[in-house]
Design a protein around this ligand. Structure first.
Ligand code: ATP
Ligand code: MG
Length: 418
């Protein structure tokens, strides 16, 4: 038997309904706030991710699925969506007509990480990105959208963590202070951190290894290094969140794994997922569009981990399951032909009806009706056909109704159902 690839998974019916509901609620919310859907390819030139995400990040160093295609060009299965969205914005010169664009996209991402609960090699994200707005209002609006979405999906036990990563003006001083601190602690850090303390010292701040956490306990906070502009921006985000009633905690250890982040950065964390505590993450990336050969345009976005979200939503699968409204127990060919016509007509009218197609006994058809959970059952045998009337039984209320059998029966059934 061929099994799926390690770290990949099937979303089976039964779970997929939950995913659909999450996607539906997300789309509704995004559309209400003026976001437009964008669909980008799952593969891009490797160069796009290497350049935008940054060489000294976990993603680029060890997690990307990169292959030479048949001509030898390096291509990569997308590990995230932002780089592709920006590529598309620049490539199609979307800034020319209107530099302000709000996008959302939902789809699979690929990272070759160690598979475990909440961590897959193909996983799904819901992304939202706003390009062209500098104002801190938009930072607050995105965090507000995340909080609202989680509330609508009945997720509890979540907290919004926020921080500011500064800008190219103020971050270097912080980086220097951090590097100086790390120089004295290299031997206490994990292998990854010891290596990246020189190239990506900010990353050490959010390493989950206990020894690194201890070593970084007295690390300086970027918030103490913010320039006037970054400080005013961050203060304004907080004021807006307070006015909107969105609770948050300032988390000076929150840094993001990707190089392109500036200023506001945020993460939604939960206690419900064990070690994989981040449900969503995002932040500003004011430098990325220029870095990808577009105009110097600010931007901000977030990504929600759909797999992790599906694990913690408070929705009940039973409420989302779709069952047929009607089961027709038809006996014999002549009855089955009629039943078949009716279920097709009902389906066209948007009503799911089922029948037995294996010529089973009445008893086993009634069992089948019960198993599929249909509320209504119509029994159609030779005598019903001859008398021109059949009984429609409501399995919950036990009520019965007579239905005339003629060329209008499908419409009659529809009237009973709606
Ligand atoms: P983590 O710290 O958990 O590795 P990350 O910082 O790498 O997360 P992002 O790149 O910010 O994650 O992606 C946003 C969200 O996508 C995460 O908050 C998480 O919910 C989800 N996510 C990231 N990697 C995976 C994965 N391998 N499997 C499932 N979900 C993931
Ligand atoms: Mg990661």
């Amino acid at each position: 038997m061929i099994q799926l690839i390690r770290g990949f998974k099937d979303i089976l019916p039964g779970e997929a309904e939950l995913w659909q509901e999450i996607e539906r609620v997300s789309r509704d919310l995004f559309e209400s706030f003026g976001f437009k859907e964008i669909r980008i390819p799952v593969m891009e030139k490797t160069e796009l991710f290497a350049r935008s995400i940054g060489e000294h990040t976990d993603i680029v160093e060890k997690e990307m699925y990169t292959f030479p295609d048949r001509k030898g060009d390096l291509i990569t299965l997308r590990p995230e969506a932002t780089a592709s969205i920006v590529r598309s914005y620049v490539q199609h010169k979307m800034y020319a007509a209107d530099p302000v664009r709000k996008f959302y996209t939902i789809g699979p991402m690929f990272r070759r990480e160690r598979p475990q609960k909440g961590r897959y090699r193909q996983f799904y994200q819901i992304n939202a990105e706003v390009i062209g707005v500098d104002a801190p209002y938009i930072d607050a609006q995105l965090i507000f959208l995340l909080a609202t979405l989680l509330e609508r999906l009945k997720v509890t036990d979540v907290a919004a963590h926020i921080n500011s990563l500064g800008c190219p003006e103020c971050r270097p001083a912080f980086r220097e202070a951090l590097t100086a601190l790390l120089d004295g602690k290299k031997e206490r850090l994990c292998e990854d951190c010891a290596r990246r303390s020189g190239t990506n010292p900010l990353r050490v701040l959010d390493c989950k290894v206990p020894a690194c956490r201890e070593a970084m306990a007295d690390a300086p906070s970027l918030l103490e290094y913010l320039c006037e502009g970054c400080k005013a921006h961050f203060d304004s985000v907080q004021r807006s969140l307070n006015r909107l009633g969105v609770p948050f905690v300032i988390d000076k250890k929150l840094v993001r794994g990707l190089d392109y982040y500036t200023r506001t950065t945020f993460e939604i964390q939960t206690g419900a997922l064990g070690a994989q505590s981040a449900v969503a993450g995002g932040g500003r990336y004011d430098g990325l569009i220029k870095m990808l050969d577009g105009p110097d345009t600010p931007a901000i976005g977030f990504a929600i981990g759909l797999d992790r979200l599906a694990e913690i939503v408070g929705l009940r699968q039973a409420d989302l399951e779709k069952k047929p409204r009607l089961f027709i127990a038809a006996l014999g060919d002549a009855c089955a032909e009629k039943a078949f016509d009716w279920i097709c007509r009902l389906g066209l009218a948007g009503v799911h009806a089922e029948m037995d197609m294996a010529d089973r006994s009445l008893k086993s058809q009634m069992k089948q009706a019960d198993r599929c959970g249909a509320d209504l059952v119509l029994i159609l045998g030779e005598s019903e056909l001859a008398s021109g009337s059949a009984v429609l039984r409501n399995m919950r209320t036990k009520e019965q109704a007579a239905v005339v059998i003629d060329d209008q029966t499908a419409a009659r059934l529809l009237a009973h159902i709606q």
